[in-house]
Write a protein that binds this ligand. Sequence first.
Ligand code: ADP
Length: 175
Amino acid sequence: MDITLVQGDITEQRVDAVVNAANSSLMGGGGVDGAIHRAGGPEILRECRRLRDTSHPDGLPAGDAVATTAGRMPATWVIHTVGPVYSASEDRSSTLASCYRRSLEVAEELNAAVVAFPAVSAGVYGWPMDSAADIAVRSTLAFSPASSNTLSEVRFVLFSRDAYEAFARALEPTS
Ligand code: ADP
């Protein structure tokens, strides 16, 4: 499984699955969540509503992941994960690591080969970028596929130059 870095807009990626930094309600929001719903269109929200009506009446807990269609985006699926809000007084790293692990497990269940991640929790949720990058890279490297391994590439798609450089630094010791 290759880990690659791209600076750009995740909604434009030609990948099997795009991971969304969603919120627990699954009803959309700002940042990358808003961009994904705008680019994918109303079909995504329709499926999110269905999930709330059936399997997830209380919403999606932080650290978990669930898939919907990607609507009009080039990708096939959106994997919605809910990052933890950053706290200086409480270590929530294991929840952030769980976002990556659970998203990759869902990707595997979908037989996805290429999965794109944004920097989960590193926007409105306030996680410092260097730490967010470190957790993203380490939890992806630590992921061991459960069964048939269909995953060939995990692509981190970073919106800003600073985020891209933080992820490049996080990858350095292992490359
Ligand atoms: P969270 O609430 O989990 O912090 P945000 O959406 O606020 O999620 O931010 C997560 C990261 O996604 C931030 O680094 C933000 O700059 C980035 N981002 C926002 N829009 C896009 C996009 N279209 N493609 C890729 N990354 C994006």
